[in-house]
Design a protein around this ligand. Structure first.
Ligand code: FAD
Ligand code: UDP
Length: 386
């Protein structure tokens, strides 16, 4: 049993606003050190965006597919000490406008299907030929460095792949033409001359056995949890009952939107129960055609059931994902990291840096897109500052 030390006047050492992965990890670290934590969340469940809803015995990733991946051994060991992870390996398939299915990320399987090339040197020659045209066109126009996503993609993999697998998907995802999007978005997409469909280059990946809720529940063990509780409904009261606040909500809301609202992209989900055991044979199928309104279909059972196990449940659950602009009342998912929003965030951050008793952490408070593993690492860092 950890020893609980309470400070002289306050009921809790930490009030943690938000039970997402940042808040829950911080709560685990603090509780293990004997601190008393109260975690509040305005949603009716814990876990923030990694929460899963059980539908037909399947863990449905309610806020979008979540695949844990990292090369950080400390983070991997930490999560596995809380709950073991399975061997899920993300290998999405792209349904392209030419009617074919292609493997992602771009690798020898993709190139073989697209051009019939069988060896890495044949593939390289084909990519060079395709890139060559683009680079020549660009240099004729006096452009030596990609100025936008379209130029970046074509100079990386050539026109065929850009037209079939990138353009439609990216424009649906970001709601803007590729020639008006920054080049860096596509730079992280791997291009491989091996027959390797593993989407990530990381050393470790998987899904918690039994689902993400297990991870969250165990991180929150020992903390008090109040759901359906919005910090802003009674902020003075909440601030008065703990020595320190760990705030993982929206930083602009914390400061009453005084410098304006930060913008987000979000995703709408259309979830359906299907009366067959195996709908698409893979967890993730991307639809890269501009004519299909959704970006991808997730079939949730494939995150946790492999081989014949897929057939042990006669039903399956799928979610179609529609990427859309965010307005108040929707879930804020992806920060829009353009200049205007970054400037606004900087002003809020200056205020946050001057708060002696509030720790701002997580993707909403830091206005930054973080994957799960870096979020855990951030929570470690913030905790270690004490
Ligand atoms: P959140 O999960 O958003 O938690 C914040 C919590 O604070 C929420 O529960 C919210 O209700 C609560 N809150 C906010 N304001 C208040 C308030 N005023 N009062 C009380 N409570 C409040 N990462 C990966 O590693 N792999 C993936 O495959 C992956 N896929 C993703 C797909 C999508 C669609 C999205 C959006 C994210 C994905 N991520 C993925 C990132 C992952 O979701 C985040 O890294 C992680 O969830 C961030 O945790 P957090 O605690 O910062 O935020
Ligand atoms: N992308 C694409 N076609 C695909 C998958 C991804 O063009 O089938 C592009 C798209 O621009 C996307 C970027 O690659 O924004 C990064 O994709 P990833 O899946 O890594 O991003 P996430 O959806 O996780 O933000």
């Amino acid at each position: 049993m950890p020893i609980i030390r309470m400070s002289a006047n306050k009921k809790y050492d930490f009030l943690i606003v938000g039970s997402g992965l940042f808040g829950a990890t911080f709560a685990r670290l603090a509780t293990d050190a004997g601190k008393r934590c109260l975690v509040i969340d305005k949603r009716l469940h814990a876990g923030g965006n990694i929460y899963c809803e059980n539908i037909e015995g399947i863990n449905v990733h309610k806020y979008g597919a979540h695949i844990f991946h990292t090369s950080d051994k400390r983070v991997w060991d930490f999560v596995n000490s809380i709950v073991p992870f399975n061997r899920y390996t993300n290998s999405p398939v792209a349904a392209a406008p030419d009617g074919n299915l292609y493997n992602l990320p771009f690798n020898m399987n993709t190139f073989y299907k697209m051009w019939g090339v069988k060896t890495p040197s044949e593939a390289k020659a084909k990519i060079d030929e395709q890139r060559g045209d683009a680079i020549e066109r660009m240099s004729k126009a006096g452009i030596y460095e990609a100025r936008n996503l379209e130029e970046q993609a074509i100079s990386l993999v050539g026109n065929d792949i850009y037209e079939l697998l990138i353009k439609g998907y990216t424009e649906k995802q970001w709601g803007r033409p590729c020639d008006q999007l920054p080049a860096f978005i596509i730079r992280r997409l791997p291009v491989r001359l091996t027959f390797d469909n593993n989407y990530f280059n990381d050393a470790y990946q998987g899904i918690p056995i039994g689902g993400y809720n297990k991870l969250i529940d165990r991180l929150l063990e020992g903390s008090e949890l109040k759901l359906g509780t919005d910090f802003f409904q009674n902020r003075h009261y909440w601030a008065s009952i703990a020595d320190k606040i760990v705030f993982t909500g929206k930083i602009d809301e914390y400061y009453g939107y005084r410098f304006g609202r930060l913008e987000y992209r979000t995703v709408k989900f259309e979830t359906e129960i299907i009366n067959e055991p195996n709908y698409q044979g893979n967890a993730v199928v991307n639809y890269t055609s501009a004519d299909i309104p959704f970006t991808r279909i997730i079939e949730h059972k494939h995150f946790e059931a492999f081989g014949d196990d897929v057939y042990s449940n006669p039903h399956t659950v799928i979610s179609r994902e529609y990427s859309t602009e965010w307005t108040d009342g929707m879930e804020p998912f992806y920060p829009v990291n353009d200049e205007k929003n970054q400037e606004t965030y900087k002003r809020y951050k200056e205020l946050a840096d001057r708060e002696p008793n509030v720790i701002f952490g997580g993707r909403l408070a830091e206005y930054k897109y973080y994957d799960m593993a870096p979020i855990i690492n951030q929570a470690f860092k913030q905790w270690e500052r004490f």
